[in-house]
Design a protein around this ligand. Structure first.
Ligand code: PMP
Length: 458
């Protein structure tokens, strides 16, 4: 039986009857019905009614090599026939996670050489939290267990992921967060910088918020700081240039581990394999998922720095943690084929040298002067457009979050998949986009903004 036997209305009715979607107002969705995406090719997805949509979100920040890659399907097929599954518990291993771990050690920052697998970014962050707490126990400092994070951070949707994240709506529904996690100011200049404050001064002030939290708790109580190099789901918030070097300096000064969440920024999005390399930092853990397989298989890899890994492997004692699908052979085979494509097609160099700088330029030229646009910003192939009611004062529309949804809906109707988060429009296209694709997207966004202006400014 295939979906072609069903009409859209029938599929929507079944969807409403049986399928609870992630991050959804279920009552609302039942009224509206889902858009059925039924196939995809290159940079495009197609819905059940035949509409072709340019996917400026790469699925959900993950399809970095684009859709329809036969090499990835073949890698999965071959591995499934040879060995579809075996676990890596009880002194067993399978070859593909081993070869992938070696490859990841090769492309990661120099001091990062070990890998712990899971199936999602959330799982990887759970692993990271358990691992760094275990690290301090093995170091004889069990009281060093507090983690500092940031408001507006997104680190996943499990209990630990939500606790690490700084999304207030998610925290309100937690009813009991993982203890000893505190959240400080995000390095988000558009809303948090003082009038006239330079980028550098704001970067130092945002980093000082982390140091203040360390000093408040006492450095002997603080295990780690966690952050996304560029906050993704929170609205592509790009920190001041000096922020990460200063955070690293502060962490080293107080002997606090640096946990970097590269679930979105990993595997080429910023024009380097990892944003840590773009910012010149050497983290103790790097959480990765999504583009590790370009989304073709669920797989995450927590990359573990030498300091943490050495303590774990030298001091020993069982680390009571792991997942059935840790090091899944099929997912790892697809990841190897995916990294191969990224390398062979020079996609990272293209982002760094060509499409990344081009996106930054045309975002400004094509959209910067639009009356609804308070700011455009980008880094590699991640971009954001701040939607405002008044350009000069940066005043937002009421109610908060509504205006960006209006722009987003016009964009989708005009054939472009973008996302609205709060009052910010965000994009994160596949790395296969060319200058021409970027130009096409800019025209569509401009049209969507014009239509939204007619709705919002009347
Ligand atoms: N960390 C970051 C930075 C993310 O953006 C996400 C997902 N968007 C996650 C963690 C969680 O990943 P997953 O949805 O695969 O659990």
């Amino acid at each position: 039986m295939t979906y072609q036997n069903f009409s859209l209305a029938q599929l929507q009715a079944l969807d409403a009857a049986h399928h609870l979607h992630p991050f959804t107002d279920h009552k609302d969705l039942r009224g509206a019905g889902s858009r059925m995406i039924v196939r995809a090719d290159g940079p495009y997805v197609y819905d059940s009614e035949g509409h072709r949509i340019l996917d400026a979100m790469a699925g959900l920040w993950c399809v970095n090599v684009g859709y329809g890659r036969k090499e990835l399907a073949e890698a999965a097929y071959k591995q499934m026939l040879e060995l579809p599954y075996y676990n890596s518990f009880f002194r067993c291993s399978t070859p593909t996670p081993v070869l992938l771990a070696q490859k990841l050690a090769e492309i990661a920052p120099k001091s990062v050489n070990q890998v712990f697998y899971g199936s999602s970014g959330s799982e990887a962050n759970d692993t990271a939290l358990r691992l760094i707490r275990q690290f301090w126990v093995l170091e004889g400092k069990p009281e060093k267990n507090r983690v500092i994070s940031r408001k507006m951070a997104y680190h996943g949707s499990t209990i630990a992921g939500t606790s690490l994240g700084g999304m207030s709506g998610m925290h309100d529904q937690l009813h009991g967060a993982v203890p000893n996690i505190v959240h400080v100011m995000a390095p988000y200049a558009f809303e948090n910088a003082e009038p006239g404050e330079s980028e550098e001064a704001f970067g130092l002030r945002a980093a000082k918020a982390v140091e203040d939290a360390i000093l408040e708790a006492g450095a002997d109580k603080v295990a780690a700081f966690i952050g996304e190099p560029i906050m993704g789901a929170g609205g592509v918030k790009i920190p001041p240039r000096n922020y990460w070097a200063e955070i690293q300096r502060i962490c080293r000064k107080h002997d606090v581990l640096l946990m970097i969440d590269e679930v979105i920024t990993g595997y080429g999005r910023t024009g380097e394999w990892f944003a840590s390399q773009a910012y010149g930092i050497e983290p103790d853990t790097i959480t990765t998922a999504k583009a590790l397989t370009s989304g073709y298989q669920p797989l995450s890899a927590l990359l573990v720095g030498d300091r943490v890994a050495e303590t774990l492997t030298e001091k020993g004692g069982e680390f009571y943690h792991g997942y059935t699908y840790s090091g899944h052979p099929v997912a790892c085979a697809v990841a190897l084929a995916n990294l191969d494509i990224i390398e062979k097609e020079g996609l990272i160099d293209r982002v760094r040298e060509d499409t990344g700088p081009y996106l930054a330029k045309v975002l400004q030229e094509a959209l910067g002067d639009h009356p609804l646009v308070g700011e455009v910003r980008s880094f590699g192939l991640m971009g954001a457009i701040e939607i405002v009611a008044d350009k000069a004062s940066r005043q937002r529309f009421e109610p908060s979050g509504h205006a960006a949804v209006v722009v987003r809906d016009h964009a989708v109707v005009s054939g472009l998949m973008m996302r609205a988060t709060g009052d910010t429009m965000i994009m994160s296209p596949p790395l296969i986009w060319t200058r021409e694709t970027i130009d096409t997207a800019m025209e569509m966004i401009r049209t969507a903004l014009d239509k939204a202006a007619q709705d919002l400014l009347k």
